[in-house]
Ligand binder design. Structure first.
Ligand code: FAD
Length: 348
């Protein structure tokens, strides 16, 4: 058993780093346990041409503005990974990696955090394990019969390997739009979405997300919607305006060699790319038997888990704080968590 710490942060992506920034600012001793071998969190599971939906200055974590990128384009994933790695150094984040948390149970002093590298005793636990841990593929009829190649967006590494092929891209959010646009110059692309894609207004980017999230934090209602609204980053906007990026209704079923559309017509495909998102993996919290609603842990709309003092869920999306799953939006929720941790550690 290691020494007792006032706070343990589980996950060392952008949310975990933001939490560490404010814990450090309040002088709260803590450790960040991260299962990944290297910094960057889910940004390491994206594709080279992925662009942030806002300029660097509006994609910053607390304390240090993300360095500008050369040229007009928004930052790419490599720029974000470099920023997160340097952020860790800049704020001497006490991160231990690779350390995977396997379970959390209550103890007399708060919680016991069990990992493959030992057990931590913690006064409070901040979950920041992100959404990228469990790629989600919907159970479309005939899925297992398909003889072509299937890939989830988390495994997409660029258009080259799909050149000259007939590719079905499934998913009407940012990943689907960006990957379909990425493939259009080299492949025959069919983009299938459950509902017609909703583009945010072209002038909306992370700044708007931050403004709306701040308003929500002040109790002025509203929300940023999910990341499912498509931000028209330049490559997406170009492909849309040139008429190449056109969504078609979701296919009914998959066959050995293709898919059957809602019109009942089968079309041949060589590959399917599932841009159907992720599900957070909170199995490491199963020992706490947390109340759930619609498969999600119940929160009060912020990182606070009612009825479980000392446990906080940060960065998973609107259900634990509007825009908390974004670089620009997670900081204000991390500050709220650090305030609550400080209050929880106050002597009774
Ligand atoms: P992650 O980055 O997933 O980090 C979680 C960390 O926890 C990982 O290092 C993981 O290894 C670790 N972990 C997981 N389980 C355990 C465990 N049991 N024990 C220990 N460690 C564990 N956001 C923006 O701000 N701007 C954008 O433009 C933007 N564009 C996006 C485009 C796409 C296509 C997608 C999919 C997302 C986009 N996002 C954007 C959202 C952003 O990428 C994620 O929300 C963000 O990476 C989440 O950060 P996080 O720290 O919450 O989780």
């Amino acid at each position: 058993m290691t020494e007792h710490l006032p706070a343990v942060v589980v996950g060392g992506g952008q949310a975990g780093l933001a939490a560490s920034f404010y814990l450090r600012r309040r002088g709260i001793d803590h450790v960040v346990l991260d299962a990944a071998e290297r910094p960057g969190g889910a940004w390491r599971q994206t594709w080279p041409s992925l662009r942030l939906f806002s300029p660097a200055a509006y994609s910053s974590l607390p304390g240090w503005r993300m360095p500008a990128t050369p040229g007009a384009d928004n930052p790419d994933a490599a720029h974000v990974i470099d920023y997160l790695a340097r952020y860790e150094e800049r704020y001497a984040v006490p991160v231990r990696r690779p350390v995977r948390v396997r379970g959390v149970t209550r103890s007399g002093e708060g919680f016991e955090v069990v990992t493959g590298a030992g057990t931590w005793s913690a006064g409070t636990v901040i979950g920041a394990t992100g959404n990228g841990t469990r790629p989600f593929v919907p159970a479309v009829p005939g899925l297992s019969d398909f003889e072509g190649e299937q890939r989830h967006s988390s495994g997409y590494a660029g258009p080259e390997e799909f050149a000259g092929r007939r590719v079905l891209v499934v998913g009407g959010a940012n990943s689907g739009a960006q990957i379909a646009a990425d493939l259009l110059p080299v492949a025959e692309v069919t983009w299938a979405t459950l509902t017609p894609p909703r583009y945010l207004p072209d002038d909306v980017d992370g700044r708007e997300l931050f403004r709306v999230a701040s308003a929500r934090l002040r109790g002025e209602g509203g929300g940023v919607g999910s990341l499912g609204d498509i931000v028209a980053v330049p490559p997406v906007r170009r492909a849309r305006d040139e008429g190449g990026l056109v969504a078609t209704p979701m296919v009914r079923s998959i066959t050995r060699t293709g898919a059957v559309g809602p019109d009942g017509v089968e079309r041949g495909f060589d590959a399917i790319i599932w841009c159907t998102g992720f599900r957070p993996d909170l199995s490491w919290l199963s020992g706490l038997d947390l109340p759930r609603r619609d498969g999600r842990v119940v929160t009060d709309g912020t990182p606070v888990v009612p009825g479980v003092p000392g446990l906080f869920l940060l960065g998973y999306g609107d259900w634990c704080g509007p825009a908390s799953a974004t670089l620009i939006g997670v900081g204000q929720w991390a500050r709220l968590v650090a305030d609550r941790v400080a209050a929880a550690l106050e002597p009774a």
